[in-house]
Design a protein. Structure first.
Length: 265
């Protein structure tokens, strides 16, 4: 296996040996290929992130950067993967202090800390909120700060638990561009089907297994299976399929601008 990839192999997990969550999840993700994880309620999406975060014992293997994840050795993987949950608390009073905190724990010099914060400031134009109380921010800005407080450590992988949906479209695009510029690979657990269009691959968990996985467009083309599993297609994909059926376009478009341009040719 190449270093930097994630391999989930024959994953089995249950709470207290009673409530079985995973019976056989098997998946491979190459570094640099962003991923969305979907599934019905209580299918184990967040639990999978907790296993990747080294929180529970499990059967099978979760391998990140060539290291098998478990409670004992997860400390060695802290630089490789950062996991941000919906209930992750913001610890500092101001945005600047929240961004400083993880870097100080990494024992970075004041110069390096300021460089990283200035980089974020320039990328997201957040100078006006740097010294503001986090509690006074909008949901969009609070969520962005929460994600950036982990991304600023430059992990190989950044896994977020249904947080992308709290960001507006502009902020989502800026965040994805920032992660890409720092070579940070996004793993996005989501309940928002529209957000699937921001990632390269999809993993759908259903009744303890990966029911379907693969490149985003290829998975979305499996419309009948997705609908049987209870998922509606993203609006642009569904619209593209309908227009393609009537011969108005000859391919599926993932964004409105490209679709409109095709229709007006």
């Amino acid at each position: 296996m190449l270093m930097g990839n994630i391999r989930i192999k024959n994953l089995k997990f249950s709470y207290d040996n009673k409530h079985e969550i995973f019976t056989n999840v098997d998946f491979y993700l190459r570094k640099g290929k962003t991923l969305s994880i979907i599934g019905p309620a209580s299918s184990g999406k967040t639990t999978l992130l907790r296993l990747m975060n080294g929180e529970f014992d499990y059967k099978g293997e979760i391998i990140i950067n060539g290291v098998i994840v478990n409670k004992d050795n997860f400390g060695a993987l802290r630089k490789c993967i950062a996991v941000v949950f919906r209930d992750t608390s913001l610890l500092a009073d101001t945005v600047q202090d929240e961004l400083k905190f993880p870097l100080e724990n990494m024992n970075l010099s004041l110069k390096d800390i300021n460089t990283r914060i200035n980089d974020i400031n320039e990328f997201f134009s957040i100078k006006k909120i740097l010294n503001k109380s986090i509690s006074s921010l909008s949901l969009n800005d609070q969520t962005l700060v929460k994600i950036l407080s982990y991304a600023i450590m430059y992990p190989t992988y950044l896994a977020i638990d249904d947080l992308l949906s709290d960001l507006n479209t502009r902020t989502k695009i800026l965040l994805l561009n920032y992660l890409n510029s720092k070579h940070i690979t996004l793993i996005n657990v989501t309940t928002n089907m529209e957000d699937l269009l921001y990632t390269d691959y999809i993993l759908c968990i259903y009744k303890g297994i990966n029911a379907v996985d693969g490149k985003t467009l290829e998975v979305l083309k499996n419309e009948k299976l997705l609908k049987r599993l209870g998922f509606d297609l993203p609006f642009m994909v569904d619209l593209s399929f309908q227009l393609e059926y009537y011969g108005l376009i000859n391919k599926v478009y993932l964004n409105k601008e490209a679709l409109v341009k095709s229709l007006w040719k």
